[in-house]
Design a protein. Structure first.
Length: 171
């Protein structure tokens, strides 16, 4: 007797509990890199920079909103893959002036943000925020980085900096 299964169109069917789970997060605000704790010159106490704490809070909020809306967190020991695109604000000098103020100068159309913040540290902050927000128990579960993993400029003056992150199970 052959194993006949109905077509599968997404989600998790009753017959297939091993379907891959995937979540897409859009995190508003400028991408901020993870940084090691800093030491106060006055007291010698170690602290997390306020900018990093605020950015981690944004990731946690988006992650918790996803879970509160019915998104299923990943289970412990489940191997995960992550991809991310970080949109940083384009410098004012990339735009024309006067009536061309909203047009990117030709020499900057294909420009990429090669300066700070560092791409790997941007990803680390997102991984930590997703863990703290409850999307997965441990960022050690991330065993693969999918494409795209990139840092790009926003395309207009009005476009806001943000991060688009996708986390998916590999099991």
């Amino acid at each position: 007797m052959s194993d006949v299964r109905p077509p599968f169109f997404g989600g998790v069917s009753d017959l297939d509990q091993t379907a891959a789970l995937e979540h897409r997060l859009e995190i508003p605000g400028p991408p901020v890199p993870w940084a090691a704790k800093q030491t106060s010159r006055n007291t010698g106490n170690r602290f997390i920079p306020a900018r990093q704490e605020e950015a981690t809070g944004r990731v946690i909020r988006v992650t918790q909103e996803l879970i509160d809306a019915g998104g299923q967190p990943f289970k412990a020991d489940m191997p995960l893959a992550i991809s991310a695109t970080f949109y940083v604000k384009r410098p004012k000098g990339h735009f024309g002036t006067g009536r061309n103020a909203d047009t990117i100068k030709p020499q900057f159309v294909d420009a990429r943000p090669t300066g700070k913040p560092d791409l790997s540290n941007l990803l680390k902050l997102v991984e930590d925020g997703c863990k703290l927000g409850g999307l997965f128990p441990d960022d050690d579960q991330i065993v693969e980085v999918d494409q795209p993993l990139r840092k790009v400029y926003t395309q207009t003056r009005e476009e806001q900096p943000r991060s688009i992150v996708t986390v998916r199970s590999l099991a």
